[in-house]
Design a binder for this molecule. Structure first.
Ligand code: ATP
Length: 218
């Protein structure tokens, strides 16, 4: 690992470091290999996931969706070097109500909805939308950046995109009480910026219904 790297998150699947690289602070995400898998298969699967994550990040960036710029991919060591976003997460923003105005919250919701609409337009499904995976750039006064494409993939399916939104809705309702109105604003902005967004929002109603049935059945 790079000299002076500081571990900032140790997850179940990856370690995330902050380290100087080419004279700037850089995020280095390192995926683990799994000891229980056959070594050859494991190498293949782990490097495939690294490539998939980097590809989805680059695909978003090409479409001008604010995501960390990928500087380098090292498939031998399962590393992605990417831009460090100085800022805070939407989760942190929402749990610190001081200084939050209604209009500022509306702006954040509109940016999230727009970013998700654009991402789904290019058929990227994030796969793990939570308020921790939405960062706000300090530099620009809090514009929204999408991060953690570790579970992302390319799909044209309306169902996959609706489930993506549903995952975020559940994250909002379980982590942030009284944010139903904000989530509605996210969906409104999403509806205005996505190509097939009306169809996807319709599908979201079915996905919600299934979710409710499942929780009723326990
Ligand atoms: N580009 C970035 N800029 C700033 N902070 C970042 C960046 N990427 C990740 N982080 C920080 O590191 C944390 C963990 O990163 P990430 O969510 O990508 O990893 P993970 O959840 O462990 O990975 P995965 O879900 O792919 O297994 C984030 O919540 C965020 O705080």
């Amino acid at each position: 690992m790079i000299h002076n790297a500081q571990l900032i998150k140790q997850g179940a699947e990856a370690k995330v470091y902050l380290a100087p690289f080419c004279q700037r602070q850089t995020i280095i995400k390192e995926r683990f290999t799994k000891a229980y898998r056959h070594p050859t298969l494991d190498k293949k699967l782990t490097s495939r996931r690294v490539v998939q994550e980097a590809r989805c990040l680059s695909r978003c960036q090409k479409a001008r969706i604010d995501t960390p710029t990928v500087y380098m991919v090292d498939t031998e060591n399962y590393l992605i070097y990417m831009e460090y976003i100085e800022g805070y997460s939407v989760r942190e923003y929402l749990v610190t109500p001081e200084g939050q105005t209604e209009s500022a919250q509306t702006k954040v919701a509109q940016e999230i909805g727009r970013a998700l609409g654009l991402m789904h337009n290019i058929d990227v499904v994030h796969g793990d939308l939570t308020t921790s995976n939405l960062l706000m750039r300090s530099e620009t006064g809090g514009s929204v950046v999408l991060i953690d494409f570790g579970l992302s993939y390319v799909s044209q399916l309306v169902e996959d995109k609706a489930v993506d939104l549903y995952v975020l809705e559940r994250a909002f309702s379980s982590t942030h009480p009284n944010t139903e109105a904000m989530f509605e604003q996210i969906l409104k902005a999403y509806g205005e910026s996505g190509k097939a967004s009306k169809q996807i929002l319709k599908k979201l109603e079915d996905v919600r219904m299934r979710g409710r049935k499942r929780s009723m059945l326990g």
